[in-house]
Write a protein that binds this ligand. Structure first.
Ligand code: EPZ
Length: 419
């Protein structure tokens, strides 16, 4: 893996274009298996995770083609219902093909998606939904198999508003017989984006974005063309990069309403943000004020912004607390931030961040995607040079992150790692 090198202490300026959302486009790609015909997804970010998802679809017999931000997906030759072991192990979101395969082929054989650095990440809620819809589930050593003759609608209550389970069940329900009701559904903007894409294909879906989603199955879906919503987590990450360096930065291609929980916390921390017609402007901020953060399902503060915000609060004028309620092990970035001089202590799911006057550049690692983004936030403000290792994690979710930061004045470069 390569390293990213950052020389801290430089202001950013100008504007940055926010890419399409990783966590929207991955389910959109899976959904493109459902119709008869070629669908197109615009503003598809060219990310490692998008490549992995396309590999899974190609392995299943579908064809994908990417050019100038547009991904074409042709499911016509979808024949295989067994997802490839390596790809699913690399990216758990591959599990999102299960719903479409069950709906289209009546069977699916998916490798057990591994946990990852941030937690065990079970799939019990996905399986609960598919069983309620009539699927027989067999859990083997390495694979999960699901078979069904006629997928039928069901009333499904999610014990936790799981994003992936809501998406997987919603996709399966579009071609099931009758009405499916998902209660305690996830309300993230990415759920609404998926529902809009499925609706454009002729699916009958109501309530996406609320905690109850109703889907009436149809006999077949037709292809559609869809534009991915902007990535609210990339936008939030860039807002923190501007705020921690005291910079003015303009973000284009954002949907402000998706960013409310992040903007609210940035305002509490003393960061001024202007909602302009064609984007958001972060104004140069002075002292960083300490805040209390608790991660929650949308519309609460997003867990995917927790690591980046912790890096920012390391330089606050006072003590902050962050409580992580969504994942059980999402503090891997604490040890890396401590290497840079951050004063953080962790007690269970709560971190106490005692602000320090400055951070020092160091050799740190991107332990996972968002921890890697946190290292960039910290490194941009640290004194001296920071070397970030394991950067492939970062490229999973941030399109052209080095190029975008160079464009706005950061002293950042990538180099081959010695190993
Ligand atoms: C999605 O993951 C996102 N990934 C994650 O983003 C995000 O952190 C997460 O939602 C929460 O917002 C994609 O959309 C590709 P969940 P997902 O199912 O669907 C438990 C990033 O950094 N759970 O809402 O896997 C689970 O253990 C990534 O971009 C069950 O118990 O998240 C976790 O504690 C990281 N049983 C909680 O729910 C299940 O069947 C949230 O998981 C499913 C989930």
């Amino acid at each position: 893996m390569n390293n990213i090198i950052i020389e801290g202490g430089h202001r950013l300026s100008g504007s940055v274009h926010i890419s399409g959302a990783k966590n929207a486009v991955l389910p959109l790609i899976a959904a493109a298996l459902l119709p008869e015909g070629v669908s197109e997804i615009e503003e598809t970010p060219w990310l490692t995770d998008v490549c992995y998802m396309c590999d899974v679809l190609n392995y299943l017999g579908a064809h994908t083609q990417y050019a100038d931000g547009i991904l074409q997906i042709n499911p016509a030759s979808l024949t295989d219902c067994t997802a490839p072991f390596e790809e699913v192990q690399k990216m758990r979101a591959s599990f999102l093909v299960m719903g479409p395969l069950l709906a289209k082929l009546g069977e699916a054989k998916i490798p057990l998606p591994g946990g990852c650095a941030i937690g065990a990440r079970p799939i019990d809620l996905h399986l609960k939904g598919f069983e309620a819809m009539g699927a027989q589930i067999t859990i083997g050593e390495r694979y999960i198999e699901a078979k069904v003759n006629n997928l039928h609608g069901a009333r499904i209550y999610l014990d936790f508003p799981s994003v992936g389970a809501t998406e997987n069940i919603m996709m399966a329900a579009t071609l099931a017989e009758g009405l499916t009701t998902i209660e305690n559904a996830a309300k993230e903007p990415e759920i609404v984006d998926l529902a809009n894409f499925l609706g454009a294909m002729g699916a009958k879906i109501k309530g996406a974005g609320t905690d109850t989603i109703r889907i009436v199955g149809v006999r077949a879906l037709h292809p559609a063309r869809h534009t991915t919503i902007p990535d609210r987590i990339e936008a939030g990450s860039f807002m923190l990069m501007a705020a921690i360096t005291g910079s003015e930065l303009f973000l284009e291609n954002v949907i402000t309403s998706h960013l409310q929980p992040i903007i609210a916390k940035l305002n509490d921390a003393g960061v001024r943000i202007i909602d302009e017609i064609d984007g958001l402007r972060v104004l140069p901020s002075g002292r960083i004020l300490p805040v209390e953060i608790k991660t929650l399902p949308y519309p609460g503060f997003p867990t995917d912004m927790q690591a980046q915000f912790m890096a920012f609060l390391a330089l606050a004028a006072g003590n902050s607390t962050i409580r992580e309620t969504v994942f059980e092990n999402r503090f891997m970035h604490v040890a890396e931030l401590q290497k840079m001089g951050a004063d953080i202590s962790v007690n269970g799911h709560t971190a106490i961040i005692r602000g320090v006057p400055k951070l020092q550049g160091a050799y740190v690692e991107a332990t996972d995607l968002r921890a890697g983004a946190a290292m960039i936030v910290a490194a941009l403000a640290a004194e001296g040079e920071t070397v970030i290792g394991q950067v492939d994690h970062i490229y999973r979710g941030y399109e052209n992150i080095v190029g975008k930061l160079v464009e706005v004045g950061a002293k950042i470069r990538e180099e081959q790692s010695a190993e």
